[in-house]
Unconditional design. Sequence first.
Length: 669
Amino acid sequence: MSGELRVLGACPLDCPDTCSWIVTVENGKAVKLRGNPDQPYTRGALCVKVNRYLEHTQAEDRILYPLRRTGPKGSGQFERITWDEALEEISVRLRGIAAEHGGEAIWPYLGTGTLGYLQGCEGVAGRRFWNVLGASKHWLNICSSAGGSGLRRTNGTAAGMDPENFALSKLILLWGTNPLTTGHHLWKFVQDAKANGAYVVAIDPIRTRTADQADEHLAIRPGTDAALALGLLNVVLAENAQDEEFLAAHTEGWAEFRQEILSHPIQKVAEITGIPAAAVHSLGMRLAHTRPTAIRATQGLQRHAGGGTALRTIAAIPGVTGDWRHPGGGMAYSTSDHVHFDIDTRDDLLDKPVRTLVMTKAASQLDDVKCLWVYAANPVGSSPDANAIRRQLAREDLFTVVMEQFPTDTVDYADIVLPATMQTEHHDLHAGYGHLYLLWNEPAVEPPGECLSTTETFRRLAAHMGMTEPSLYDSDLELAEQLLSSGHPSLDGVTLDRLRKEGWVRMNYPVPFAPFAEGFPTPSGRLRFPPSGQAYTPPHTARTAGRSAYPLALVTPASHTFLNTTFGNNPELRRRAKDPVVLVNPADAAARGLTDGQRVRVHNDGGEFLADVEISDRVAPGVVASPKGRWPKLTPGGANPNSVVAERDGDMGRGPGFHDNLVELSVSL
């Protein structure tokens, strides 16, 4: 390959924005990466993390060849082997485990390292292979399962507003979301709304970058969001501002839910949430009299014991106010349910039904697993109860294969490591979960070393094991064609040829888009209000308050420099992130004699991590915050906040409780 090429692609990372990008290639090498200025949502801008993506693909610590463990598990000691050697050893072990223990002793553990429908968690990667083998199924619950479950109970779907319609809103509630760090393209539409007179409120336990730019910040007590929703609606009822016509035509359960709202007067809600009663009343008045109102709530909001209920109840707000009838009104959580691909993982290839293992339960559900196959995931760095996961991965009877790009903490425990491609090196099909566009990623360069895509790895492994099922050998382009063949009206005119030529295509939804103006995708066609007594579930921290040796509620928000644990080894981003910090309110710092910059142990019965104190009123008394995303082995003390995150299920979808843990701070010796 010679000369200069411009190759259209898409960011694969776990962010709602899924940016369209352009890679400039000279003489076979990717030399420049920029956002695609023609894409209407992302408009040519990439984030501070992804701006360094090309540098990351060419990093010195990139895994380029298959590896076999030579030292103790956890030591990270490996030797290079050939692909044939790796595939043969894997084949022998998989056959032996399936014969002795059954296929369900194999756990394919897939994460959100890429959101591609070919190579990543969203679609088909490896699933047909695992079905032929009879492996356990994997429930990827780590991100949004609780909130999605709650929304489906209310609206029949987790889908909602087109985020571009925030530009039409007059009141915007950014509820438990920090888009300037975790999906900054939304902010352009928020700014458009502000220019037209919209009022923006950030509801968050932390005064984030986004909260700094909002007109108002409400520092809510973690996990009490549903109570605030009920309090705001209490004001709406007091103002007689409910939309009776919409309620009668498009909802069910209103009489019962109305009584639930009335049982949450402002003063009670203020005591639960920690927000002053005057502030609850003021925002309730704005909500009562401002149409259209838009709510943006994302994944962080639902990572506590009542996370599903929180989204279920917040989603009821536009049902009461009738905001769903207005473009620019309603709620946006994830647009994924607006995507209607034909995802055929071929469950018919299973000989019998198999169990499902839960991603965030690795610490407890690995007991009878004999093979753990990790791809696009880093459980030691990203999952709850990290210390227990380490103990499981250290078992000699657990055969662990990790497909990876870099030597993560999880890789250190692998028996076999397989080198994986990165986004500039393979095909993939994407759909953002924060907009209504489909995107195609064309490989810009050849993979370095002996790296293989996920799809190609499973094709080669299937061949090595002598599997004869034809669908195991479908090419990436064939898989993409299959995904696009659902026949859903939203995909009319969307072809693979068009995507490859244009790079992105908006799905066939109206502009502007009011998805539930005429009804909801529920059996009755109506929004379903939460039943009596099921509109607020307290967080674990509230249930144990005053009875725990650990009095501080820990929140672990997204980092501005890392995306989950992706980029956690990037030297420049690590330099910018500096050492880990824990935000501590001045009152809590004074009570413990802590000073700015002092290194402390953040600990509970599950474990501990080290962080430097940052005394700040960005958190309220009783709340501390430390960002997630660091690699434990590159962090002082060798642990990150997941060492103190308990392995507990939330109220719906078995959602994890990353923001629902009690800790204490002690001076590190």
